[in-house]
Design a protein around this ligand. Structure first.
Ligand code: HEC
Length: 152
């Protein structure tokens, strides 16, 4: 075999080897690159969705004070805590000694008193409302025992 022919043979052998191994290798690295790219894309999408839902939550939570909530949602039936369609609210401390019991009652409602889910009164607002109710109730009681008309 002439040396030139041998050289050609070796060269085609190397080319064959390269085709055999290099192609899959290139394909493999490409695949890894692509999948990590799309994974990063996916993570960004998830992050964006999370931020959007947080923003939405923040925009629906109005964080009103206890008094504002009372005026908005309770005053029609318990005008200033006095008798209306609902009863006077001077016995709240006796009927609901613990805050969790009062919270559960307000969330659930009773009879014609409507339930108050979280999207109408959020947890912070309900806490504010409980504080306001406790004060209002105590004021009404004080006014009762002093024989005065309850009010400011
Ligand atoms: C549609 C009228 C109505 C609205 C609005 C309403 N209530 Fe009532 N509420 C009632 C009625 C009626 C009862 C008596 C329920 C029963 O015992 O059957 C009641 C009972 C209560 C009681 C129990 C009083 C006690 O001493 O046993 C509390 C406390 C109370 N309401 C707080 C609230 C608060 C706080 C809100 C606002 C988030 C509210 N209510 C909104 C009608 C209403």
């Amino acid at each position: 075999m002439s040396s030139r022919l041998r050289f050609l043979c070796e060269r085609s052998f190397i080319i064959m080897l390269m085709q055999l191994f290099l192609k899959p290798l290139i394909l493999f690295t490409l695949l890894i690159c692509l999948s990590s790219c799309s994974m990063g894309e996916e993570m960004r999408r998830i992050e964006a969705a999370k931020q959007a839902s947080q923003l939405q939550q923040a925009s629906t939570s109005t964080n009103l004070t206890g008094e504002q909530i009372f005026v908005r949602s309770c005053n029609t039936c318990h005008p200033s805590g006095k008798l209306g369609m609902g009863p006077r609210l001077d016995l709240v401390a006796e009927h609901f000694p613990s805050d969790p019991a009062l919270t559960a009652f307000i969330r659930r409602g009773k009879g014609i008193m409507p339930p108050q889910p979280k999207d109408s009164i959020n947890d912070d607002e309900l806490n504010n409302l409980i504080g306001y109710l406790r004060n209002l109730s105590a004021d009404l009681r004080d006014a009762n025992t002093a024989g005065k008309v309850p009010g400011k």
